[in-house]
Ligand binder design. Structure first.
Ligand code: A2P
Length: 337
């Protein structure tokens, strides 16, 4: 069987990577519809040897679409995802629009794929990029040793803010190197040669929404509301790849050696951890353009008897968004096998 697929937000940073990954993994595609706003309607996108014309989602008839991958922002998902689902498509939504609703599963392909079978609204949510890579590494540790608390600081690349985020870092960096200045537009402060300790809006508790996504989504994906999560999310001048310094506490003691062995055998994880030869993962040398979640700096926390420290790096556009969405689509295909 072949599946008719629609990509909503196909011209964006995540959308174009969804297209590339569908082609790479030889997804069994029948018709493929690439949709965006009226701004880019009429543009062409390449899919293998095929040329596809972008159409406006607002005037597109979803009848006959089997699987719709949405990555055009929360507003677009809220308005159009239910329409695609009503027309019979299963929607895999990369926005945060439905992630926290009880009747919408939130799924990381390697961690809780069984959750996607129960989808009464025909919508499956793709987690936030920072939560995604953390779950691929922490899911197996939680299952074996029981995680009680997570302290995490993120170092998030500008591609997480879309194409315009990458353009701002590029232009601002070039300007500064020729002794000019460019006013920030996309980010709240200069991002070139700087760090910004705010992603998304502030909430009443003093955390940002990006930080609270790590709290809410971790609990939902691991199915455990008792896990304590204390995040700080920071934007850094890196194009592709999010990094995370994670300090976790477990019910049962886990040694660095046990953690290394468990992670090395876990799906989607690649351990890059050899302090003796100065080996650890970075966004540029390991993650950008690749699929695994890389884990290094694995060590026992000298400040806590049941503490473990990890450094987790992954391509936020691939595993953090487009790749997981395509993996969930592959699970839908498997349901028909
Ligand atoms: P468009 O090219 O028409 O603006 P990014 O995250 O890289 O900024 O990409 C956002 C994606 O979401 C783009 O494909 C963009 O399409 C799409 N998009 C943004 N707003 C809308 C909208 N109102 N309707 C449909 N697609 C939208």
């Amino acid at each position: 069987k072949r599946f008719n697929v629609a990509i909503v937000g196909a011209t964006g940073a995540v959308g174009e990577t969804m297209l590339a990954i569908l082609a790479e993994r030889q997804f069994p595609i029948g018709q493929l519809h690439v949709l965006a706003s009226e701004r880019s309607a009429g543009d062409t996108l390449e899919f293998g040897a095929r040329k596809l014309t972008v159409r406006d989602v607002a005037t597109f008839d979803p009848t006959g679409v089997d699987i719709a991958l949405f990555s055009a922002g929360g507003g677009v998902s809220k308005e159009y995802a239910p329409k695609f689902a009503a027309a019979g498509a299963v929607v895999i939504d990369n926005s945060s629009a439905f992630r926290y609703e009880d009747d919408v599963p939130l799924v990381v392909a390697e961690v809780n794929p069984e959750a996607m079978r129960d989808r009464p609204r025909g919508i499956i949510a793709n987690p936030n990029c920072s939560t995604m890579q953390m779950m691929v590494a922490l899911g197996p540790i939680h299952r074996r040793y029981g995680i009680t608390r997570i302290n995490v600081a993120t170092y998030q690349s500008v591609s997480g803010a879309g194409r315009s985020g990458m353009e701002e870092l590029g232009r601002q960096t070039a300007a500064m190197l020729s002794f000019q200045e460019l006013e920030p537009k996309k980010f709240a402060a200069q991002i070139a040669f700087n760090l910004i300790p705010q992603i998304d809006e502030f909430l009443d508790n003093g955390y940002t929404k990006e930080e609270m996504k790590l709290v809410w989504e971790t609990r939902k994906i691991l199915g455990d509301d008792t896990i304590q999560v204390n995040p700080t999310a920071v934007r850094v001048p890196v194009f592709y790849g999010h990094s995370e310094a994670v300090h976790l506490e477990t019910r049962e003691k886990v040694t660095a050696l046990q953690a290394r062995e468990l992670l090395a055998a876990s799906p989607g994880v690649e351990v890059v951890d050899d302090p003796a030869s100065g080996l650890w993962p970075t966004p540029v040398t390991h993650a950008a353009g690749t699929d695994p979640v890389y884990v290094g700096r694995i060590r026992e926390d000298i400040s806590h008897p049941n503490g473990l420290d990890l450094w987790i790096v992954a391509d936020n556009i691939r595993k953090g968004a487009a790749l997981n969405a395509v993996q969930l689509a592959e699970c839908l295909v498997a349901e028909h096998a």
